[in-house]
Design a binder for this molecule. Structure first.
Ligand SMILES: NC(=O)C1=CN([C@@H]2O[C@H](COP(=O)(O)OP(=O)(O)OC[C@H]3O[C@@H](n4cnc5c(N)ncnc54)[C@H](OP(=O)(O)O)[C@@H]3O)[C@@H](O)[C@H]2O)C=CC1
Ligand SMILES: O=C/C=C/c1ccc(O)c(O)c1
Ligand SMILES: [Zn+2]
Ligand SMILES: [Zn+2]
Length: 346
């Protein structure tokens, strides 16, 4: 059961705060990890949602970047210390004092609440403008899934045309991985747990090749062929079959939030100077960049729009791998301010 929130629950608008009337909010697999306490860190009641697009309805007196009526986005992070090395380097997502947009506590001591809510109050530093040319519902998944694939490709020097990339797990993050990597001029191989998405991957998303991870002959034929793999699998899985697909100096970039140790034998890395790394969303600057990148390249997310009354079914379908490729909740169209109050927590 997921809780939704109405605007009366919000904190007071501070001088640098923007009040956002939520229009749309994407559903990320992280929302399942959080709602189901996969990381042993969930606090309830919880208002999930971190792919938020809305309209500015009020600004604090010191807000310079936004005006009432702007269409804006909010992602995974709504606060940071502004003083540490990551903050000073504008990679505030790596700040150890970052504040998550939900399941966290704000500087005023109140719980943060995400985008399954009629409104959010957010410091202007953590708000991005949705550029003209992007539909708000299409933009929502870019605020987590989109920037999550863009950031490591940029950071690790993997934007060069002609690279051969793998996208492991064709879900919300993975489908943006195919689109962004293709737009960078890469040869893209989808590595999937089944053949069910083959036609969509090749015909609709533009992938160049499709591998079924459970097919040993296909996997063997693709050995030593990829410069990088973006691994979005959200559950425990073996790494060695994917390390074998990498070329010399290839990178396996972990995205999935997995609360159990992953393993591999060291020669899998040594014998090809390969690396396993990870990456966490992207900075506010990179979020602005990926939004503009999508406008410039004509990219959109592939989404299924649902009302808030369907949110629990959507989460169940997402967990059983039954969505193409992101659910986006039409929050403004769901009249949640008129919904009955949830039962009081025990
Ligand atoms: N590092 C970061 O900053 C971020 C991390 N994440 C994390 O990345 C992971 C993926 O997120 P997201 O793309 O939203 O998730 P989705 O559920 O949309 O996609 C995951 C894909 O992984 C594959 N998969 C393999 N095994 C399973 C399984 N047992 N259950 C479900 N899917 C499976 C499926 O692809 P196929 O059918 O092709 O096998 C599925 O579509 C999550 O762990 C999420 O928390 C998300 C955003 C940012
Ligand atoms: O979906 C975005 C958040 C990803 C995430 C990555 C790592 C981690 O420990 C989390 O709690 C969330
Ligand atoms: Zn996310
Ligand atoms: Zn910091």
């Amino acid at each position: 059961m997921v809780f939704i929130s109405v605007c009366g629950d919000n904190r007071k608008t501070g001088p640098e705060d923007v009040v956002v009337k939520v229009m749309y909010c994407g559903i990320c697999h992280t929302d399942i990890h959080q709602a189901k306490n996969h990381l042993d860190a969930s606090k309830y009641p919880m208002v999930p949602g971190h792919e938020v697009v809305g309209e500015v309805v009020e600004v604090g007196p010191e807000v310079t970047r936004y005006r009432v009526g702007d269409v804006v986005g909010v992602g995974v992070i709504v606060g940071c210390c502004r003083d540490c090395r990551p903050c000073k380097a504008n990679v505030e997502q790596y700040c150890n004092k970052k504040i998550w947009s939900y399941n966290d506590v704000y500087t005023d001591g109140r719980p943060t609440q995400g985008g399954f809510s009629s409104a959010m109050v957010v410091d202007q530093k953590f708000v991005v403008k949705i550029p003209a040319g992007l539909a708000p519902e299409q933009a929502a998944p870019l605020l987590c899934a989109g920037v999550t694939v863009y950031s490591p490709l940029k950071h690790f020097g993997l934007m060069t045309p002609g690279l051969r990339g793998g996208i492991l797990g064709l879900g919300g993050v993975g489908h943006m991985g195919v689109k962004v990597a293709k737009s960078m001029g890469h040869h893209v191989t989808v590595i999937s747990s089944s053949g069910k998405k083959r036609a969509e991957a090749m015909d609709d998303l533009g992938a160049d090749a499709y591998l079924i991870s459970a097919d040993p002959a296909e996997m063997a034929a693709a050995a030593d062929s990829l410069d990088y793999i973006i691994n979005t699998v959200p559950v425990h899985h073996p790494l060695e079959p994917y390390l074998a697909l990498l070329k010399l100096d290839g990178k396996l970039i972990l995205m999935g939030v997995i609360n159990q140790p992953l393993s591999f034998i060291s020669p899998m890395l040594l014998l090809g100077r390969k690396s396993i790394t990870g990456s966490f969303i992207g900075s506010i600057t990179e979020t602005e960049e990926v939004l503009q990148f999508c406008v410039d390249k004509g990219l959109t997310s592939q989404i299924e729009i649902v009302k808030m009354g369907y949110v629990n079914q959507a989460l169940e379908r997402l967990e059983r791998n039954d969505v193409r490729y992101r659910f986006v909740v039409d929050v403004a169209g769901s009249n949640i301010d008129d919904a009955p109050e949830p039962p009081a927590a025990a």
